[in-house]
Design a protein. Structure first.
Length: 218
């Protein structure tokens, strides 16, 4: 009769630790799936909840009854530009917030996966599971590392710690640049600002005075 390998024979301690190992594996899997699905749903809802253009503000007429037609048109343009510029700024920062949340979510996935590997591996270590020797090696310019173990728990703990460390030290660079879109380039120079205003809205020449306004009869 073939002899059984020592790794195939379960000890009484391993039988007592079996519920712990199975519970850790199932519990961590359920936690990971539930947490990831909730985070994905929340991120999707924030992406869809983008700022909308306030149509009611666009319909407001910032003119009085005694306002000149040209001045009313200029006020109307400035009002529309201000409303649209405000909406563009809100959308810009909404997009930046979504990108930040996506970055945090990706780091959360990496860190949680590494933590689950470490916790399940710890349960396997307590259960004294043994397998054939596992060799892990990496080689890079200037250094070389090799890892060998017959415990699947130790292998999972090492991989989990490496994954958690990589997610912590990896930083995503995010930046937002504010630029006027409907008002053009913002300037603090009064002369340049006045020149731009005159280029867009040239002054209207005064109407010639009628003969009745120039004086008496010729």
């Amino acid at each position: 009769m073939p002899q059984e390998d020592a790794h195939d024979v379960a000890t009484p301690w391993q039988w007592r630790s079996r519920p712990l190992m199975v519970g850790m594996l199932v519990g961590m899997t359920v936690f990971f799936l539930a947490g990831s699905l909730w985070q994905l749903w929340y991120l999707q809802s924030r992406i869809e909840n983008a700022p909308q253009v306030p149509v009611s503000e666009l319909q407001v007429t910032p003119c009085n009854d005694g306002t000149d037609a040209r001045q009313c048109m200029e006020l109307r343009r400035l009002h529309l530009a201000a409303v649209l510029e405000s909406n563009v700024t809100a959308r810009r920062y909404h997009q930046a917030n979504v990108l930040l949340m996506s970055s945090v979510w990706s780091r959360y996935l990496g860190f949680t996966t590494g933590m689950i590997l470490a916790l399940v591996g710890s349960a396997f270590i307590l259960g004294q599971l043994k397998i054939e020797a596992v060799n892990l090696s990496t080689d890079a310019p200037g250094w070389k590392a090799t890892f060998q173990s017959t415990s699947p728990g130790i292998v999972m703990c090492v991989l989990g710690v490496l994954l958690m460390v990589s997610t912590i030290v990896t930083l995503h660079q995010l930046s937002t640049r504010d630029t006027a879109l409907y008002f053009g380039k913002v300037t603090t120079d009064a002369t340049e600002a006045e020149a731009r205003r005159r280029a867009i809205y040239p002054p209207v020449p005064p109407e010639p005075a009628s003969p009745s306004k120039q004086g008496g009869p010729p």
